[in-house]
Unconditional design. Structure first.
Length: 107
């Protein structure tokens, strides 16, 4: 499929160092709030059964609690009530919002 391109659009500019990332703008930063894991995940290891929760990759944010690793995205699923960010190192859960208060974890 071919889409028309307005004449006012110019092709993307080549940067001399394509591997450099742009710096995060203040509105791009996330505000993390720790959540009680029992409020976001049903049946936490209480009955001795292993908990089967899928993560959907790591995000750029590092755990503010233990500072040891990138947080992982956990979306709603059978035993997960609320989408959240999870630290596998300290087992903490976090909600993420933009500075303007909009949730970063909703579609």
């Amino acid at each position: 499929m071919t889409l028309p391109v307005p004449e006012t659009m110019s092709p993307p500019q080549q940067h001399p160092e394509p591997s450099r990332r742009r710096h995060a703008e203040p509105e791009d930063c996330l505000v993390l709030s720790e959540l009680n894991p029992r409020m976001v995940v049903d049946h936490l290891d209480d009955d001795g059964q292993p908990l089967n929760v899928l993560t959907f990759g790591s995000v750029r944010e590092i755990c503010p609690k233990c500072q040891s690793g990138h947080l992982k995205l956990v979306l709603r699923q059978s035993s997960v009530r609320v989408a959240h960010l999870f630290c596998a190192d300290c087992a903490s859960c976090f909600d993420a919002h933009y500075p303007n208060g909009a949730s970063a974890l909703t579609i």
